[in-house]
Each structure stands twice: as structure tokens, then as C-alpha cells.
Design a protein. Sequence first.
Lengths: 421, 313, 283
Amino acid sequence: MSKIITDRRSFLKSTTAAAALVGMPAIVRAQGASRPIKIGLLAPLTGVIAAGGKELVEGFEMYWEQVGKKVGDRAVEIVIEDDASNPDTSLQKARRLVEQGNVDFLFGNILANTGLAVANYVKGTGTPYFIPVIAADDLTQRTRIPNVIRVAGYTASQTARPLADWAYKQGYRKVATISQDYTFGHEQCGGFAQMFTELGGKITQQFWHPLNTADFSPYLGQLANLGVDAVFAMETGADATRFIQQYASFGLKGRIPLMGAMNATDQSVIRTMSNEAEGIVSCAHFAEGSKEPATVKFVADYEKRYQKLPSIYGFSHYSGAMWVAEALKTIKGNVEDRPLFLKTVLATELKDSPLGKTVKLDAYGNPIYDVSIRKVEKRADGKLWNVPITSYPQVSQFWKYDPETYMKQPPYSRDFQGIKS
Amino acid sequence: MSALFTSPLRIFWLALLACGMLAPLFLPTYYVSVATQILIFAVLAMSVDVLAGFAGRTPLCHGAIFGTSTYVVLYCAAHAGLPLPLAMLLGVLAATVLAAVFGLLAVRTSGVYFLLLTLALGLIVWGVCLRWTQVTGGENGLRGQLRAQVGLSSRELYAAVLFVVAIVTFAMWRFVRSPFGLTLRGVKDGESRMSSLGYNVPLHLIIAFTASGYFAGIAGALYAVFNDFVSPSTVQLSQSVSGLLMAIVGGIGTLFGAFVGAFLIIALEQAVSMFTERWLMVLGLTFIGIMIFAPEGVLGKARLIMAARKLQK
Amino acid sequence: MLAFQIMNGLTFAALLFVVASGFTLIFGLLRIVNLAHGALYLFGGYIGFTISKLTGSFLIGGIGAMLCVAIMGLLLDQGLLRFVRGFELRQVMLTLGVAFVLNDLALVMWGGDTFTVATPEWLQGAVVIGSLFYPKFRIFVLVVGILVFISLWLLINKTRLGALIRAGVDDLEMVEACGIDIRRVFLVTFMLGSALAGLGGMLGGTFLALYPSADAEILVFSLAVVIIGGRGSLVGAAIGSLLIGLLNTFGQVWFPQLAYFVIFGPMAVLLAFRPLGLFGKAA
């Protein structure tokens, strides 16, 4: 954490300096060429997703420290602000970073509502904003904002489709879904339900529960009696922990196979769990248990540095930082030319990421991945991790649909799940 | 009205105040937006003070009333396509109606029970905003580009908000000094005495609650334009708590103390977050400190000291 | 199916009762709405989690959680609340400040990961009654809830301390006029109420998990229970818990779209007609 404090101090110094120079903008601009590239990182360091926020910062800093905190000969300065897991705070901090901190671009956020609030703000200012975790479909689809790019991120429904395909191939024909009742959940379930029913499967029932549901027992009772072949669970954070644990204690584990959205079995969730999470199948672009040499190296480095396996938050911000750094290298650090910068980021192909495979963005600013179907297994030392069992190459946010046609269908919601009957 | 302008000293203070209020126009844009926020929250805190300081009922639901207005404005302007002034009018109306309903339910209680009941009512609003996804957008909330639609820069917005806040403040000041406001104070000091004098106490309280909700609604409507965004965190308990805390820090029953309270709390948050992310802890400690050492608030304390000096003379 | 959902409602109600009974005791006698009660619950859970992990014993963890949280209650009462005695609203606001501080402190001490207290071996698995398959631990929580109710009922109705508490709830001045050192009774009550929050945290930490906002969530439920039941009433807290527990369960089954409203709606209606709750007495 001491890093964060140094960054904050330097921020303070530069703000006072900036304040002193308010009347002399010409001087500030004259120094432009040699001044450091300033990145504003928004992370939930307090509030409900604080643990994820910490990992986000860790992954981001790990990359920049490995490359000596510079791009070419321009130094990089990171200013970290706490969004408190709250959209109002997030918006206020984004304003501070852009208008007072004069950052060149923004990075980060975890919760969809914080990301959407910031995206709505940068729509007006034009500040580049990179969102490796914010998965809201429409940010790279129907309501795309040109300066918001999902480097090393994913759209919510993207990885749910291959999972549905896999499920159908396992012989599952009747599946029930249970999900947190908000857009992120609607989209992941929508991707799953649309794909699964288009293949010919049946979605028996869909349960939507509020975020932070203390007690899942009412739903588990119903799930147990539906006579389904498998359950798809879209849960994040504490809800994921509780759901998986109660699923096991009510004896459903082993009786009805459980599939999860990638966030349900992310390291941030299974790290503190034991047997009850074993065997859950999910689908993601990143799997910390992969044997791919680049992944193995990243995981080992991360574990050595932070004494824990990397979660999606740490991975995404490490890779996202790498992505933007590559683009900056191409344009020799000329971050001031925003259109060029954004164009270059979109065109950059990421080669050395922990995924070990080249990744590129589609025309809408969302990556196309080789995704893995992963299963939670116990490592030799007893720690749980996600191990790939099979993979789907080149999965885009539009699956195999034509983007224009796809975007004519309404966005996923509680009422529209793309189910084909 | 005339009493306000009699002594030269008063005029001096007012001039100084006017300068202070206009000063943010010349600051960097970020500070302009912080100043705008301070003004909006000052109105929220004053609306709390109308009830807490003048009717003796401390509410914990004004964040919900405030946020209801924000929701309605954003829904009407950004999703239903109504013109912004009409949307704002509807927002204030919704807040006022909600406050009237809350008032009807809550006025029979007092003290801690009133606090708890209003807290529970605020939670219902929060629950509805969170779950009524089709209209409220659920957890993700509603977004719009209201400010861009009317084409206000942040400085122009500050000036506009300042103008509205000045009128609203004046209205509230007149309200608490009106014969009706004096009756409210009578209710605060001795409820049974007032009812035995033939005053309809519940009716007075309902009207006070409604009026206070109306003012909170104006603040909420301004917030919609300021933020272009609303989510359940705008109606959650902590919003009501901030409103009340600002009123308390400034001084309950001083009305204008709300400006001091809003300024101190928001400035403190700005300053603290430069050094540490432990803002919640600092806020909690501030809360504890104020309750123990200065429950009458800054303006309240200042008034006490002034009064003591006058006595010495 | 119905029996199953009723069990779900009852076991959740049992947990709520353990937490809310502590809340209502303090509210009833000391007239303090302790908004830090949820934070004490969270600390109880975290402390119980840590101790049971270190010692490998669920029981020691539970006792440790209760003791530590009781001491926290002592510090809160003697260290802070004594300065604002007699001012109801200042007390409430002060405990709210304490809740903020404790919440943040928990984040600093334990980080934000979601933890669950390990279930002891003898409570793992499920019992099968007819066609009903039910986790042992949840039945254990129900039993603890009933035991807490019985012990508190005996304490309040059959002991001298209980008599003093009851007298204090009804008429504080009278008790003091009798020359009884009510302060000591207050202190014991505050510590007992806090210890119940700690116990609740340990139980809740096992099947509802511990994470940064768990304190606010349980606090909202306890508030609802106490508002419905009425200040200081043990029976009220029990009935309030049952009502909220069952509403929460069946609300989610029958009206999933209206969760929260199903809980707070009836509460608001009840309060409109009985402002002091079902069993509340005017102060």
C-alpha cells in the first residue's frame, strides 16, 4: 500500500503546483513534451468490492513496475483514486482526475454502475477511458462511446455463449438459471439462454434475486425440484461465495451439475473456499490453472509478489496496462494526440500477454479471445484454481452473428433473454 | 426583510458573502463543480433543518426524497423525452407528494421513533429503486446528458444553481419566520401545550414535512442536472445521513448553518481523499467528535459564544 | 416443499432473533438505538472466524467472539456513550459514527475478501426427515435461537437482574429513586446485548458469509425486527424475527420482483397504525 501513498503525495504536490500555475497555463504547456504521462486509475479501495479493487491496483502496478514506469523515454505517473464502490463517488473522482489532476486518460473501475457513470461523464469530455473489467454489453455495442475501449476486458454475454454450447454438447437439455438481478446478470444469462435455446435446449426457469441476498435457501429449494440437467449461476462477490456454499450444504452439489459465470468461480471468490467449489464449470478468456507457458509465468510472478493467485481483476489490469503501453510505444508516447492514440489502441494486437496468444480488438473496441471452458480443481498444495478443459477459438462479443443484425435485437434484460422456443 | 439591511455591518457581511458565493466562478472547473455540489447539498441540509431545527422532528429519509426527484427528472428528461424544465417540475412534484405521504405516516411519532420510522420509509424508496428495473434501471441507474442538452458549461451551471439556491434559501428563511414557522417552533418546544391551545399539531407537522420535502426535491432536481446520473446510491441511507450530518455540523435550528456544514464536510472529504482512502473512518470520527464536543454545530456554537459575550457586556 | 420453505424462514428468523434480541435489550433499557450493532455483528463474525481458524475449534471461536464483542460494547458504552447520556438523538448519531469507524476498521484488519467461518465436522451434512433434506447447521442455528430466547426469557422474568431490567424499561426514574445503581445494570445489559451481536456474527458468518457491507444488511433486518416488535420487548423481537424471516423467504418465492418491499412495506403500514410497534410501550 505504500506505493499508493507515494502516488497520492506526488499528486498532492502536483496539484499545488498546478494551482500555483493557474494564471500561467502557457508555462505548463511549454513543459508538455517532457512531462510524464499521467494515468488516472479508479479503483474501489473501500466498500463492498474493496478486495477486488486492491487486486486491480496490484495488477496495474505490477505491469508498470516491470517496465520501469515509463514508455519509451516518457515517465508514467499513476494517480489512484478510491471510487468507494459507489457511482456518485466514482463520478466525482473521475471529475477530479480529469479536471484537476489533468490526467491523460482514465483506467479501471469494477462495478458496472461506477463504470457507466464514468463513461457517461467522459462522453462529454472526450477523455480516453479504458475498462478491463466493466462488462456492460452496450458500452461496446449499441451505445458505444468512441473514447471508451475495453482493453483486455470482455462483454458480459461473450463468454456465456461458448459455455451454453459446451453444456449442450454434454447432453444437458434442460437448464435453470439463477442470477443477480441487474444488467450484468441479465446479459450473461441472456447470452447463455439465447445460445442454449437456439441449439435446441430448454431454459426451464430463470430466477432473479437482488444483489446481496443473504439467504439463498428459498431458491435452492425450488432449484432442487425442477428436474433440470444442470444449473447456470451468475453470481459475483459475496453472493457467489454464499450461493456456492449453500448449494453444497443443501446437497445439490453432486446431484445437479453447476455451471457458473466466470466471476462466480473467479479467484477472488474461490480463494477463501474449499471443497464446496470444486468441480464447477465456467467459461473465460483467462484461466489461472492453464499450462500455457506465458500464463504459468504470470501466475508464478503474481503469486510470488502478492502471495495469492491472480483474479480476473489483477489479470485484466495487468494486461490492459500492457495493451495501452504497447499502443503508446507505437506512437512514441504522443498521448496528447487523442484521435491518434485511440486509433492506435484499437489497432494494437497484444502479443506478450499472460494469455500467451495474440489478442486483438474488434471494430467496436472489444477483444476477440480464444476462450477456455474451465473447471475448479484443487492444486497440489490444496488451493483451488480454474483449469481449462477445452477451448473455443476466436470468440467475439457477437459470437457468430453479424454485428449489425445482432444489435437490432433489444439489449438483454429481465424481460428479453433471447430465448427461442 | 428590511431588518436584514439596516446596519452597515450587516451590509458589509452580506457583500462579503456575495463575493464568497461568486468566487468559485473564477476557480478551475473542478472546484466549480465541488462548489456546485456544496450548494446543492446545502439545500438538502436546510430542508432537513426545517424539520429537525424548527419542528423538532429529526428525519432520516431526506436522501430518499431528494433522490426520488433526481430519478424522476432523469427518467422524464432522458427517457421519456420531456423538456428539462417540465421534468424538473415533475421531479419536485414527486418529491413533494412523497414527503406528504411520509408525513402522514410519520407525524404521530417523535424522537427516536420518528427517526427510525423515516429511516424505514427511506429504505422502501431505496428498495423500489433497486428492484423496479424497467423504470429505474436497477443497480445501474439512469444516465442522461441533461447539462449538454441545455448547453450549460460548469461555470454557467454554478451560476444557475447559485441563483436557484439563493431564491430557495430566501423562501425557506421566510417559511421558518412566518407565523406558521413560529407555530412549528411552538410545537417543538411544547407539543401538548400547542395542542391544548387549539392548534392542529399533526396537520402543522404534515405541512412542515411536505414543505421540507419540496425543498429537498428542488435540491434533487438540481443534482440531476449536475450529475447527469442517478443510481440507488443516491437514495440510500448514507445520503440521508450526509444531509442530516451537514445540518448538524452547521447547527440545527440555524438554517444558514447548512451552508457551513455542507462546505466543511465536502471540503474535508476532498482534502482527506488526497492522503488516504480511509474517508469513512475520518467521517465516523468527525461524527463522534461533533456529537460529544459540539452538538450545537458551528453556527450554533458561534451563536452561543456571541450570546455569552453580550451577557458579559 | 412448503415444509422446506417454512424451515428456511424459521432458521433465518432464528439468526435474526439472536442479533435483534441484543439490539432490543439495549434499546429498551438504555433508550439507545445502537446503529453500531451491525458493526458489532460483523466484528463478532470476523473475530470468531479468526479464533476458530487458529484454534480449530468452532466453540472456542464462538465464545471468543462473544467475549471480544462484549468488551467492545463495554468500551463503546464507557468510552463514548457516557459523554452523551440522556440525549437520545445524539446517542443515535454517535453510534452511527462508530458504525462507520468499525466498518472501515474491519476492512483494514481483514481486507475485503469474503470469508466464511468453517462449519465444525459434527454440523456438516444434512438430516433427512421423510422427503425433507435439511442442512444440520441451519437446524443448529434454529436450536441456538430457541435456546437464546429461553435463556433471555428466564433471565428477564426469573432473576433479580431481569426484574431490574424490566423495571428500568418501564420506569427508569422509579428504579433510580429506589436507590438502585442502575448504571451497573445498564452496563451489564449493554455487554450482554453486544455479546449477542457477536454470537449472531459467528452464526451468520458460517452460513451467510462475512464481507464489507454485511453489517449494514443485518442492521437493516434487525431494525425492521425491533420496529415491528416494539422497544425492549423480547416476545416482540421473537415475533418480529419470525415475521421478517418468513416474509423474506416467502417473499422471494412468491414475489421475487418485490423483495425488500415485501419486508418494509408491511412494516411501514404497521407503524402507521401502531407507531410503537406490536409490543412497544410509551417511553
